[in-house]
Design a protein around this ligand. Structure first.
Ligand code: ATP
Length: 218
């Protein structure tokens, strides 16, 4: 097997807007798992939910502002440039073509893991990436079903397993629970409340300047 590079974390999302729940989770996993970087990948068109409120360009700009001073993070516009439905499998194929021999760790909240078997070509995703699941205590792992079987087969307990193989393992890792959601931030802004300290100031300043989540748009 060719020598593998240091794994890269991939955090996809709508980021409508990006907030400290996303950023803190990404930083903790970057450090704990010794990742080369975490790439934040704002989607163009989410597959399982309604269209975001902010435009793709606005969400990309907010992520860019949010990570400007953190060298552990990069932002990848590939899904926005590709347009159409944002399938993770397509993003992983693009990344593998650009960065061969690099393990990719798909970072997700446990809520996302629970619906993983409904993702487009989920079996092929596991051929191209590991899953790193940020454990949030209020969610229980399933005991039966496809995700339960996947965990039985592929769950690993050591970050080294993400470095020694290209794809296919699942790692659960606790992160500091921050009950912040983009939906709640949008509601706060639309009702005239101040969401400061839930998201970076640079992102809040952008939102204020562009009126991104005014009442009429929520
Ligand atoms: P919304 O409220 O609009 O559903 P969101 O805050 O959940 O948005 P997304 O962009 O959909 O944000 O989330 C991207 C990823 O980040 C998902 O894998 C999700 O599980 C995870 N995530 C979202 N919020 C948090 C949080 N507070 N702590 C840890 N992970 C989070």
């Amino acid at each position: 097997m060719p020598h593998l590079k240091q794994p890269i974390g991939i955090l996809g999302g709508t980021f409508d807007p990006v907030h400290f729940g996303h950023l803190r989770m990404a930083l903790e996993l970057y450090q704990a798992l010794d990742l080369a970087e975490v790439r934040l990948v704002p989607c163009y068109q989410p597959v399982h939910r309604k269209m975001p409120v902010a435009t793709p360009e606005q969400r990309l700009k907010m992520v860019t502002e949010a990570i400007a001073k953190e060298s552990a993070f990069t932002v990848d516009p590939c899904e926005i440039e590709r347009q159409g439905p944002s399938y993770t499998i397509d993003t992983l194929k693009t990344l593998h073509a650009l960065l061969p021999n690099t393990p990719f760790c798909l970072i997700m909240g446990i809520d996302a893991l629970l619906s993983f078997s409904s993702w487009h070509q989920w079996e092929n995703i596991l051929d191209l990436a590991h899953l790193v699941v940020a454990h949030r205590p209020q969610y229980q792992l399933p005991q039966t079903g496809i995700v339960a079987d996947l965990l039985k087969e592929r769950l690993r307990h050591n970050a080294i397993d993400l470095h020694n193989s290209l794809a296919g393992n699942i790692l659960l890792h606790p992160v500091t629970p921050l009950e912040i959601s983009s939906t709640d931030i949008r509601k706060q802004i639309a009702s005239g409340r101040n969401p400061r300290f839930l998201l970076p100031d640079s992102v809040y300043n952008y939102i204020k300047e562009h009126g991104t989540y005014s009442i009429s748009r929520i």
